[in-house]
Design a protein around this ligand. Structure first.
Ligand SMILES: [Fe+2]
Length: 201
């Protein structure tokens, strides 16, 4: 089953700046994503994107929401339509006249699968957070204290253990760090304390 999108242009540049409201995004999220684990993952990535946009890119509220929205919806079609993964949410956002940058970020979050290379800062950070966030969360679930006391060393040890969270691509993680120009250690230390604050309501 190929998930290649077969194109690299998304949305209409005339729609630059168009976003869903929080309520609209939340409704789509609730209707499309039924699996609680996937919901948690998407909320975690959304929050990491929010924090990075605000703290590192110094974006205002509107800019921060664009990043958060990309994170919140990046896997929206994975639960119910895995064979249409990425294609379905992209087409939905195109129909709703959403900002092409947000759609491009979603389209490039797994460039080996979808055939779209991450280009912008938003693209690269979504790609970088996606897999690493999942591995860190899996690690929290096996620790008695969850995120409490979790440190860089422990996460790196898990990364080296190929059998731990085996579905998390180590190659994607190092490729993403390289593309984003970020040290793996810095990214892990950014994720741990922030992800600890995410709960699925
Ligand atoms: Fe994801």
């Amino acid at each position: 089953m190929s998930l290649q999108l077969g194109r690299t242009q998304f949305g209409d540049p005339a729609n630059t700046g168009n976003v869903l409201t929080r309520e609209e995004a939340e409704t789509l999220f609730q209707n499309w994503v039924l699996n609680p684990k996937l919901r948690m993952h998407m909320r975690q990535v959304a929050y990491l994107m929010h924090c990075w946009a605000a703290e590192k890119e110094m974006l205002d509220d509107a800019g921060t929401w664009r990043w958060e929205m990309a994170g919140l919806l990046h896997d929206a079609d994975w639960d119910q339509w895995p064979d249409q993964h990425c294609k379905k949410i992209i087409e939905e956002l195109e129909q709703r006249n959403i900002d092409p940058e947000i759609i491009h970020a979603i389209a490039s979050h797994g460039h080996l699968h979808f055939g779209v290379v991450p280009e912008t800062r938003m693209d690269k950070m979504l790609y970088a957070f996606d897999e690493l966030s999942g591995l860190i969360h899996a690690y929290s679930l096996m620790r008695p204290g969850g995120y409490d006391g979790m440190d860089l060393k422990g996460v790196k040890k898990r990364l080296k253990e190929k059998s731990f969270a085996a579905n998390v691509s180590r190659e994607d993680i190092s490729d993403a760090c390289e593309r984003a120009g970020i040290e793996l250690d810095e990214l892990i230390q950014f994720i741990i304390p922030r992800q600890a604050n995410v709960f699925e309501p």
